[in-house]
Design a protein around this ligand. Structure first.
Ligand SMILES: [Zn+2]
Length: 125
């Protein structure tokens, strides 16, 4: 395994890292477990929100992507690489949803302004 503190490779049954002296192994894993479950739940929520937001953000203006970004950021605090990776993908999806809807909203806004100008030019307003 690798030391959580300095990242160097250490023996799997080591309790202390022989390089930096940081406590590793069972003790750390056990105390982190409850927290990791929380991060895992947050990562899962972020994943679902990311998928939902990608589908609905253009309609909702992208604001629905913000909770997903927050949950994904929290999920990325997990020391479990699988949960971290899941949260990272969810973060990417939520940010993508936010960007896509921002672009669409901007296009709508530009089109709206253009229509008003054209209407004004033609004496319609
Ligand atoms: Zn270390």
């Amino acid at each position: 395994m690798y030391c959580r503190n300095c990242g160097k490779e250490i023996k799997d049954d080591a309790v202390f890292c022989q390089f930096c002296g940081c406590e590793v192994g069972e003790v750390v894993v056990k105390t982190n477990n409850n927290v990791n479950v929380t991060w895992k739940v947050f990562a899962r929520i972020a994943k679902v929100l990311g998928i939902v937001c990608l589908a609905t953000s253009p309609l909702l203006g992208g604001f629905d992507a913000i909770p997903g970004i927050v949950f994904a950021k929290l999920g990325m605090k997990s020391t479990d690489p699988a949960v971290y990776e899941e949260a990272k993908v969810a973060l990417r999806n939520n940010i993508a949803a936010l960007i896509i809807s921002s672009v669409i909203l901007t296009l709508f806004f530009v089109a709206y302004i253009a229509i008003i100008f054209i209407a004004a030019e033609n004496g319609g307003l």
